[in-house]
Ligand binder design. Structure first.
Ligand code: FSX
Ligand code: SF4
Ligand code: F3S
Length: 385
């Protein structure tokens, strides 16, 4: 589709959405921002960043701002299954809420156990009425793995002791779009780690519905809000990879845009945490970084309003947005080496991870040799083989 045509299509869609009454009567997003000391200029800057993140031309920034202003026209039901609530926490950032969390506050959240005031019977009633009232119209977001089959009684929610599986299935049957938020909901995650005593499964497996996976343990606030905005702008599913992750967020490897990549290529590695290489910001591959095997945008978007991300903080990526990450990516502080691992490219492009592992390792070996020569000349910190 031509750019102008796409612009018009999105404009029309937003125009239609604007005709719906806001679900929150209290304040507009501009008022909320003003109260939090966020200027219109900051908001437009944020909208520009979101536009770029979704790989749209910068001329679409006003549409993005408009979409954010219309998030109160969209009912959202957020369910918690077996998890740590890290996904919600990543988004809400209660100590210093940014624009992303404000937007989330502004979305018409009909049900979210962590932040709603209702409890017990009242909460369960609210959930049932929201599903009934917004049937076929609401967005369902589910956080956490779901005990399944004969183990589904390991998770019950609410005063009637309804199982998590039943909650997820009932809500999914009535939703307009379904997002699995976090690795647990997308793939089972930590809850499904060996030996998986509760038989925790992904949302798509339990509901049998098409689910957009937004993995990460937790995913960044940008990826969560970006998906909501994408849905408002387009009203369709984004382009997905083979693991149903939106390509705009999970299309590149952590390693591709990592700020330590130059050190990887130059063979400059941290040998152990706290050494001279660590102080110099060298590559963390040898202390277990799984960035070469992990598809996510952390190295580009970072967390907490672009402040930092795991590798910047000094620890390797542990591959938290990959299927079976807990079992397949361990041990976390050792290189994966030649262990078999299948990436998003499947067996075609990387012929199983063995080949990636070997390729990475030989690049590493080359790098180390090159670095040893440079180190000898310059007296740079020593790297051991
Ligand atoms: Fe936790 Fe969410 Fe990890 Fe899982 O995150 S951050 S265990 S992905 O479901 O709360
Ligand atoms: Fe960055 Fe990890 Fe790749 Fe090193 S191995 S460049 S630390 S992603
Ligand atoms: Fe997870 Fe790696 Fe990003 S551990 S948060 S995918 S850097």
């Amino acid at each position: 589709m031509e750019q102008a045509e796409l612009y018009q299509k999105i404009s029309d869609r937003l125009g239609d959405l604007a005709k719906f009454a806001p679900m929150k009567e209290d304040k507009s997003i501009s008022q909320l921002m003003e109260e939090k000391g966020i200027s219109r200029r900051d908001f437009m800057k944020w909208a520009g960043g979101m536009t770029a993140m979704l790989s749209l031309p910068s001329s679409f920034t006003p549409l993005m701002a408009k979409a954010a202003e219309l998030t109160d026209r969209l009912p959202v039901v957020w369910l918690h299954m077996a998890e740590c609530t890290g996904c919600s926490e990543s988004l809400l950032r209660t100590d210093a809420p940014g624009i992303d969390s404000l937007i989330f506050d502004y979305i018409s959240l009909e049900y979210h156990e962590t932040i709603m005031s209702a409890a017990g019977w009242q909460a369960e009633h609210n959930l049932e009425s929201a599903i009934e009232k917004y049937k076929g119209k609401f967005i369902l977001m589910v956080e956490g793995g779901i005990p399944d089959g004969s183990s589904d009684f390991y998770l019950t929610v609410g005063p009637h002791g309804k199982t998590g599986r039943k909650h997820a299935q009932d809500a999914a049957n009535a939703a307009a779009a379904i997002f699995a938020i976090g690795t647990c909901s997308s793939f089972g995650g930590v809850q499904a780690a060996y030996p998986n005593p509760t038989n925790a499964q992904s949302l798509s497996k339990v509901t049998g519905k098409p689910v957009i996976n937004v993995p990460g343990c937790p995913p960044s606030e940008k990826n969560i809000v970006g998906n909501v905005l994408h849905y408002i702008l387009f009203g369709t599913l984004p382009a997905l990879d083979v693991f149903n992750r939106p390509k705009w967020a999970y299309g590149l490897r952590i390693h591709d845009l990592c700020e330590r990549r130059g050190h990887f290529d130059a063979g400059e590695f941290v040998q152990e945490f706290g050494d001279e290489g660590a102080k110099q910001g060298y590559c963390l591959y040898k202390v277990g970084c799984k960035g070469p095997y992990t598809f996510n945008n952390c190295s580009r978007e970072r967390f907490n309003q672009h402040t930092s991300w795991p590798v910047q903080a000094g620890h390797g990526c542990i591959g938290c947005s990959e299927p079976d990450f807990w079992d397949a990516m361990g041990p976390f502080e050792e290189p994966l080496g030649s262990k078999l691992y299948q990436t998003v490219y499947g067996e075609g492009a990387d012929m199983t991870a063995d080949k990636v592992g070997v390729a990475v390792l030989s690049a590493t070996a080359v790098g180390i040799a090159a670095h040893a020569a440079i180190a000898a000349v310059k007296g740079a910190p020593k790297t051991e083989e």
